[in-house]
Write a protein that binds this ligand. Structure first.
Ligand SMILES: Cc1ncc(C[n+]2csc(CCOP(=O)(O)OP(=O)(O)O)c2C)c(N)n1
Ligand SMILES: [Mg+2]
Length: 400
């Protein structure tokens, strides 16, 4: 077992884990009260893996995770008030209440989400690392994902490019032994997940994900290799979620005894006990940490509750990336914004398009209206090519 760091580092690690635990317990309670909507995936039991990883990162590094990431954002420095407001769907949430539990996002603290698609964050991690490489930044991208995600095609594709392009990225698989209700033995042909990227030239190791110091040290070495040697590596952290996969999970796939066994090695209790036994922290400090977490979470709920719902007429905001003109310019034949691409005209355009679609569908045998004239053309621009025009330059282009 690795030596404990100094008292203030231990205090900080314990404080972060305790805050995340309390936050999530409360999130679960608020969900049952229907204050938080959508899905809710709690990482209770996985705090050492989360906090140990974040503790090894620099401010400039990126972290990207899954849909089980309330704790990851908080570990990265996101205000718990804003995370709770996001769960409540309120305007002061990290994404203005539009992302919800699965999509916590905080660019300022370089927490890059929050993704509902299993394995969907892996290629994005490679993209983030590639952007650091392009810009000549020193930042490393840390990508965390579940054991289940290691079976997706994205896993292989990402490992291949990360190794091939020597990207500054580090991978950590949070092996909590299950992907929903399916155990690792039933979902992965290779059950030693640390070896799963070997074929791509990415070596791996296994660590105790319930030991915050082991995680911090293991991740620090992986990040160092990514930063200094441009060598991606994979760490498999063994951890466990005490709660069901999401809020609605009857947990028929595991025994109560198994959950209790893991609770015996609770990452927070075990670390607090070790700190006290070795004299690094006193009982009083452990109590203080608990009290502060309690207070911060109560404030977070109060803040979220007081934050307003987003206005109904803001429904179409933030659907497109609007600060980049390039987005519209990929089609050189008509680079101007097309109807429906401008957010402010969305409600009106959506209605018109729906009506045009209904009119089109209502004429099975007769002549159909030209969609280019009905609603898909640019605002104020006459369409040059009609659907009946066989001399269409577009058609020629395709045939060539
Ligand atoms: C591409 C895709 N397939 C299936 C799902 C449904 N799904 C949601 S979570 C999950 C299990 C993933 O397990 P794991 O990667 O081990 O992460 P954990 O939930 O244990 O943290 C599945 C299959 C999904 N969201 N996305
Ligand atoms: Mg899992």
């Amino acid at each position: 077992m690795a030596d404990l760091p100094d008292a203030s580092t231990c205090y900080e690690l314990l404080a972060r884990m305790t805050l995340i635990r309390r936050f999530e317990e409360e999130a679960g309670r608020q969900y049952q009260r229907a204050k938080a909507g959508g899905f809710l995936h709690l990482g209770i039991g996985e705090e050492a893996t989360i906090v140990g990883t974040a503790a090894a990162m620099r401010d400039e590094d990126y972290l990207i995770g899954t849909y089980r990431t309330h704790g990851h954002a908080i570990a990265r420095g996101t205000d718990p008030k804003r995370v709770m407001a996001e769960l409540f769907g309120r305007v002061d949430g990290t994404s203005g209440g539009r992302g919800g539990s699965m999509h916590i996002f905080d660019r300022e603290n370089r927490f890059m989400g929050g993704y509902g698609v299993v394995g969907g964050n892996l290629p994005i991690a490679a993209g983030l690392a590639l952007s650091s490489e392009y810009k000549g930044e020193d930042a490393v991208t840390v990508c965390m994902f579940g054991d289940g995600a290691s079976n997706t095609g994205n896993f292989g594709e990402t490992m291949n490019l990360a190794a091939l392009w020597q990207l500054p990225v580090f991978f950590l698989v949070e092996n909590n032994l299950y992907g929903m209700g399916t155990s690792v033995e039933r979902h992965s042909a290779q059950t030693d997940l640390s070896r799963k990227a070997e074929g791509y030239g990415i070596p791996g190791e296994r660590i105790d994900g319930m030991d915050v110091i082991a995680v911090r040290d293991g991740v620090a070495e992986g990040i160092r290799q990514a930063r200094e040697e441009r060598r991606p590596t994979l760490l498999e952290a063994f951890t466990y979620r005490y709660r069901g996969h999401s809020a609605a999970d009857p947990e028929v796939y595991r025994q109560r005894e198994e959950v209790e066994e893991w609770q015996q090695k609770d990452p927070i209790e075990a670390f607090a006990q070790r700190c006290v036994e070795t004299g690094v922290l006193g009982e009083r400090e452990v109590e203080e940490v608990r009290g502060k977490a309690e207070e911060a979470v109560a404030e977070a709920v109060e803040f979220a509750d007081a934050s307003p719902e987003p206005a109904l007429d803001s429904l179409y905001e933030s659907l497109y990336v609007t600060d980049s003109e390039g987005w519209y310019a990929v089609d050189e034949r008509s680079p101007e914004p097309h109807r429906g691409e401008r957010e402010e005209s969305m409600p009106e355009t959506a209605r018109e398009l729906a009506e045009a679609g209904a009119a089109y569908a209502g004429q099975p045998d007769g002549p159909r209206p030209n969609p280019a004239e009905q609603g898909d053309a640019q605002e104020g621009v006459e369409p040059e090519v009609s659907a009946e025009n066989e001399e269409s330059p577009v058609a020629e282009e395709v045939e060539d």
